[in-house]
Design a binder for this molecule. Structure first.
Ligand code: NAD
Length: 302
């Protein structure tokens, strides 16, 4: 058996089309579009390329996009003042501070300064609390977990009563996706186990999973024999394992590998996400969806 591929690149296109048509509707009715500001400190190449992709996507959707680039040596005080400015800017619905921040700036202080109603990354403690309560309380689910859940739903995988095993307990992937899958509602109602570096028998837990979500950052951690035949496998891991020259551009690019042994796993799983082209493209997509939602909350359209 060969697993069905759950392609983030395809699901992204569907969702972006849906958002673009909503943007057009709202613009027609209210004369406004979602506004997103991306604050980039310094010139970290990975951050620059991530921010560039966000801007491109926001433009494609017809958002108002503000890119606010600040020097590496900006003071914490000035950065907090900048956030305050955007908190009070009526045309901005989403504020994103690109991480990591320079060492002299307290990341927690900065993220906590963002108005929770504009925190489209979903990292503010208020939004983490809302996610924990679930249901109507949730405003901005964090983007990568939201993307994972959306992929599972759109792939038609049954989550109600399913055994979900999450490998990893980070604040940005493992803990929030575990919390989301156990809530009441569509794409959830699952029985969830979270495993991590201190778990005694990782393989045994994984073998029980109807849905296995792996976010460890360890290439090939999950072996094919850990996968229950027919399971849905979501590989969140993005690991650089080498470099190659791109046939298309002639440029040197990273060779990426997931946390799951993909070639063998796809012979056993019922459905599986590839790396790259799986979960990766979903994160920015969900950021756009959260920004759109933020405007809709403001307009009372939700
Ligand atoms: P993290 O390092 O913060 O957390 C990793 C978690 O995995 C930890 O909780 C740790 O306990 C667990 N873990 C690590 N090694 C383990 C092992 N051998 N056995 C059991 N558990 C183990 O990482 P993160 O930020 O959650 O990211 C995880 C992976 O997902 C990374 O490869 C990262 O690049 C990727 N990622 C991808 C996206 C995306 O595609 N959009 C977004 C976020 C993270």
């Amino acid at each position: 058996m060969t697993a069905k591929l759950i392609k983030g690149t395809e699901i992204r296109e569907q969702i972006l089309e849906e958002i673009a048509s909503e943007v057009a509707q709202i613009k027609g009715k209210h004369g406004v579009v979602p506004g997103l500001v991306t604050i980039l400190i310094g010139e970290n190449p990975a951050s620059v390329s991530y921010v560039t992709l966000k801007i491109k996507t926001a433009h494609r959707l017809g958002f108002k996009e503000v890119q606010d680039s600040q020097p590496e040596n900006i003071s914490e005080e000035d950065l907090l003042a900048l956030i305050d400015k955007y908190n009070n800017d009526e045309s901005i619905n989403g504020i994103l501070v690109q991480l990591p921040l320079p060492k002299h700036i307290d990341e927690k202080k900065v993220l906590n300064a963002i108005d929770p109603d504009k925190d489209v990354d979903g990292f503010h403690p208020v939004n983490v609390g809302r996610l924990m309560i679930g249901g109507d309380e949730v405003k901005f689910p964090p983007c990568t977990p939201a993307g994972i859940q959306e992929m599972i739903v759109r792939a038609g995988v049954e989550t109600s009563g399913a055994e979900v095993v999450v490998v990893g307990r980070s604040n940005i992937v493992g803990k929030p996706i575990a919390n989301m899958m156990l809530q009441k509602g569509e794409g959830a109602n699952s029985t969830v186990t979270v495993v991590h570096t201190r778990t005694k028998d990782l393989a045994d837990h994984c073998k029980r999973a109807d849905i296995l979500i792996v976010a460890a950052g360890v290439p090939g951690l999950v072996k094919p024999e850990w996968i229950k035949p027919g399971a849905c496998v979501i590989d969140v891991g993005v690991n650089r394992v080498g470099e190659k020259v791109s046939e298309k551009t002639g440029k040197t690019i990273a060779i990426l590998r997931g946390d799951v042994d993909f070639d063998e796993a796809k012979q056993i799983a019922g459905s599986i996400t590839p790396v790259p082209g799986g979960v990766g493209p979903m994160t920015i997509t969900m950021l756009m969806l959260n920004t759109m939602k933020s405007l809709k909350y403001k307009l009372g359209e939700n």
